[in-house]
Ligand binder design. Structure first.
Ligand code: SF4
Length: 61
């Protein structure tokens, strides 16, 4: 995996205002799959939070 093929450069990555303020552009949401139920939280579904430098095999330009 090259350095540029990470979550921060992926078409499925979205950085919301709330996340941007909380973590200074270092994380965002992965929109590849629908939101997932979080067992540790109240019944709520949440998009997976990924780091800008993370990556996976579903990367899309
Ligand atoms: S986890 Fe995969 S699909 Fe989601 S933003 Fe990162 S590279 Fe893209």
């Amino acid at each position: 995996m090259t350095a540029s093929r990470n979550c921060g450069a992926c078409n499925y990555f979205e950085q919301t205002d709330a996340i941007e303020k909380a973590v200074s552009n270092k994380a965002g949401l992965c929109r590849y799959n629908p939101p997932l139920m979080m067992e540790t939280m109240a019944p709520v579904a949440q998009w997976p939070v990924v780091q800008v430098k993370d990556w996976c095999g579903k990367f899309a330009d």
